[in-house]
Write a protein that binds this ligand. Sequence first.
Ligand SMILES: [Zn+2]
Length: 372
Amino acid sequence: MFCHRRMSAQDRRKRIHKRHVLIIAACILLTVAVIGGTYCITTILLQRTKSAHTAHIASSPTNPKSTSNLFTASTGDPTEEGAAFEVRKINLTGYKARFPNLYAREKVGQWKNVGNKTVYLTFDDGPSALTPKLLDVLKKYHVKATFFLTNQPGQKNDIHYIRDIYEAGSTCAVHSACHNYKKIYASVDAFLDDFNEMHQIIQQQTDGHCAPFYRFPGGSNNPRMSASIHKAIIQEMMRRGFFFYDWDVDSKDAMGAASGRAIYDNVIRGMQRGGGVVLMHNAGTKKATLSEVGNIIQYGIKNGYTFKAMDGTLDPSMYSFSNQTFIPLLKNNPNFKLSDKHEARFASLLGLSPASSFTSRVSSASSDRKNN
Ligand SMILES: [Zn+2]
């Protein structure tokens, strides 16, 4: 009996000891689990905060990198093409499903007003044999410009000069591959075929830095384009992240006999009345234009103007001849936002308020329009 009681006491002690060991083991496991869990959660939260901060910096208008020219050699590698538009590529049909890589490289976001005395020199219809000489002039005065490029049959567009334009820090954007109104304005499909061809050439020559904006051959108010096709093209291009610029200063060098003096006077007058986007040409026949670019820049520098290459942040609504079509399409478009000033101006067209402040600026610019 005594022996049995002693054994029972031993058993009890063993049992208690075993229980203590189990409790300690459970405590250790629980502690490890709590520490591990806390570490994992902290790491995830830190990563999220970091990426949100990076995204904020990338999109912040005050970040100097985001306000520099996004589409020239001065910045690093492009982001993955069309990454910002992935979500909009689902369940597409018809022309929307074509060219799945033809999307702007990234969203530009909020557009801004042009700065006081800021001028954007733009050159259409190049590159040509005159491109290296034009780049020399721009380099001499440390000026960057914007080139709306073509690859026209029989026009000797020397497309390898596109790389020189890009490496010089100017902006390369699509004008048209063939520049044939009848062909490209026949349908949205035809426009996309032509645009994609030129976009691919520029992407190859600029290591993927083709600008997310373009210029319609003949301007956006081109009578060779039906209203319905015009609207559909703008809408489809905006869906893909591309928008367009016309101009508000016409050098009128598209006219064959335009003299250098007339070109100079037209541009200077336009700058003096506050124009921001200057239309000129860089086709192989435009020697008179080439001869005046240096004089125009000299005048600008002497008179306090700044010359810039377009970087996609300039509000295009000031340089569109077809705002009655363009502006309403911006409503609820997630890719673009007018500058505050112009949103107020176009409020009625955007359906934001019954009062219309849409007035004369566009019509006066429109009356200034000539074919490019
Ligand atoms: Zn043109």
